[in-house]
Design a protein around this ligand. Sequence first.
Ligand code: HEM
Length: 155
Amino acid sequence: MVYALLKALHVLAVVLWVGGMAFAHFFLRPALATLEPPQRLRLMHAVLGRFFAVVLWAVGLLLASGLWMIGRVARQVVQGGGSFAWPPDWVLMTALGLLMMAIFGHIRFVLYKRFSAAVNGQDWPAGAAALAQIRRWVGVNLALGVVVIAIALLI
Ligand code: HEM
């Protein structure tokens, strides 16, 4: 029951994070291309600020629930007299998940900060450059997220 609950929270965090990236990348950004830079960049700044604040919680939940599930399984195996070995799909998920989290940290704490400074200073060329970098890294994380989901469900 606890394990199922942890897994449900884990998957909900994935849905929010990966689904939100897909929405921003494939639907929101292209739809805003017709707006003038000041309007477009201000709107993207407001949207991404809200999204990244929630993703920060989702990432914490994802990591905590994932490690907790591993801990529970390891304890059960050891209590049953066996020795715990990480299944290969869990190793891959953890490694790629940590990479995604590091990339998210770069997006949120380096690139978004740069983007905020440009928008607040009304420096639209610098804002557009920072947003282009955010878009590139969100694209990388989106691709990694799809790979991790495929590993989790197919291996
Ligand atoms: C470093 C962080 C992570 C850790 C430690 C972790 C660990 C785990 C563990 C132990 C399970 C349970 C597997 C089972 O019961 O068979 C699980 C399930 C799952 N994880 Fe992760 N995970 C992490 C990150 C991610 C990320 C980043 C994604 C996707 C973007 C993801 C997607 C999934 C999915 C879809 C499942 C459900 C698989 C199923 O029900 O068969 N995980 N994770």
